[in-house]
Design a protein around this ligand. Structure first.
Ligand SMILES: C[S@@+](CC[C@H](N)C(=O)[O-])C[C@H]1O[C@@H](n2cnc3c(N)ncnc32)[C@H](O)[C@@H]1O
Length: 368
């Protein structure tokens, strides 16, 4: 069983992505979904999912734990030697919900002790721990006294793509940017435009989707240090993904009033192998809208994350948001933190979705 986490409110988008990969979800919540799959499916999902944050593999059959003895015994029963090398550190995260066990800290140390006691076969082995290796992360959920034990197969969050070395102020997280492009349902034939592109995250993700570039061709995954890891299988998945990249060109137009980020953004696009798919236009959204968009207004897809911060005055923010809000005959997706946006995007013509960029609540408006 795999537990896949995602940005708040986007598990429906994650499920659509899973369906396209022939995985069907069993049960879905705001920030995660379950699929009845095994470790090698986690290799595939880590490599290909654009929306997931982390992918966890369940290590036990969920069982009742009402006290620390139960918790120690349940943890001791998992097959630790297949997933944790004797030379690895283990970190433990615990989530308790409506359960008799109510101390997170004590649960963490009991679980840690149970894992280490079994793994440390001899006194000498204990000192073999390699501090330069990342630790394996165990995640335990005790919900209404039912304990499920997972191991993180991803390591750090999958939103941290390898191409982004630097970002503009208030960048959108990469998996959120990919979700916005999925929500827009871009047909790849017409141009896709982000008129407030900042460090180009939305457009880079759009180009990677269009060219079928897997988001994770080049990074470390925690499962690569599992003793049961099958390198040959994973390397084959990686080389298949590389050979499935399309060389076709797409029209993606990026524009921003501020050129300060352009060199970094170009570098990011180059790292993501999409630099040649970009047309960058410097400019104010209002001029840009008149000049470039109005001619083919009905056939472009607009995906954007306009400014919201206080550096701009209220009038500017309203004007920028209104420009998006009045472009209703296009396929448009706008994600904004701007608190007055609800007044501007009329519910007759826009549907709304709530999500979070990190800890900040944001609205996604989708033209109906
Ligand atoms: C929230 S940021 C976008 C962040 C971007 N999605 C990223 O991931 O880096 C908003 C962007 O809108 C740009 N902007 C502000 N006023 C603008 C205007 N009138 N026309 C075009 N862009 C504008 C800012 O320079 C900033 O880069």
């Amino acid at each position: 069983m795999l537990l896949i986490t995602c940005p708040y409110g986007l598990s429906g988008i994650l499920n659509n992505e899973l369906k396209k990969m022939n995985f069907s979800s069993l049960e879905t919540f705001d920030t995660w979904t379950y699929v009845e799959k095994q470790l090698q499916d986690a290799y595939y999902l880590n490599l290909h999912s654009r929306i997931a944050n982390k992918i966890y593999l369940r290590l036990n059959t969920p069982s009742i734990c009402t006290n620390f003895d139960d918790l120690f015994d349940t943890t001791s029963e998992i097959d630790r030697s297949s997933y944790i090398g004797i030379w690895q550190w283990v970190s433990v995260k615990v989530h308790l919900r409506q359960s008799q066990i109510d101390s997170t800290k004590s649960s963490q140390s009991i679980i840690h002790k149970a894992i280490i006691s079994k793994l440390t076969w001899s006194k000498d082995d204990h000192w073999n721990i390699d501090e330069t290796k990342p630790s394996q992360q165990i995640y335990v959920i005790i919900n209404k006294n039912i304990c499920s034990i997972y191991i993180n197969t991803s390591w750090s969050s999958l939103h941290e793509r390898w191409y982004r070395h630097e970002a503009w102020e208030a960048p959108v997280k990469e998996n959120l940017a990919a979700a916005l492009v999925q929500i827009a349902n871009w047909n790849f034939k017409d141009p896709l435009i982000d008129p407030c592109c900042g460090s180009w995250t939305i457009c880079i993700e759009a180009a990677m989707i269009a060219k079928n570039i897997a988001p994770w061709l080049d990074r470390y995954f925690a499962f690569e240090d599992f003793p049961v890891y099958d390198k040959a299988i994973f390397e084959k998945m990686r080389s298949d993904a590389e050979s499935n990249i399309y060389s076709k060109k797409y029209t993606i137009i990026w524009s921003d009033i501020d050129e300060a980020m352009i060199e970094t953004a170009k570098k990011n696009a180059k790292n993501a192998w999409v630099a040649d798919d970009i047309i960058f236009k410097y400019g104010d959204i209002h001029d840009h809208a008149k000049r470039d968009l109005s001619l083919s207004w009905s056939s472009v897809t607009v995906v954007s994350n306009p400014p919201y911060w206080l550096r701009l005055d209220q009038e500017d923010l309203e004007e920028i948001h209104s420009t998006f809000a009045t472009s209703i005959n296009k396929k448009t997706v706008v994600m904004t933190w701007y608190s007055w946006s609800k007044k501007i995007f009329n519910y007759n013509t826009w549907s709304t979705k709530k999500t979070k960029n990190g800890s900040e609540e944001v609205n996604i408006y989708v033209s109906k």
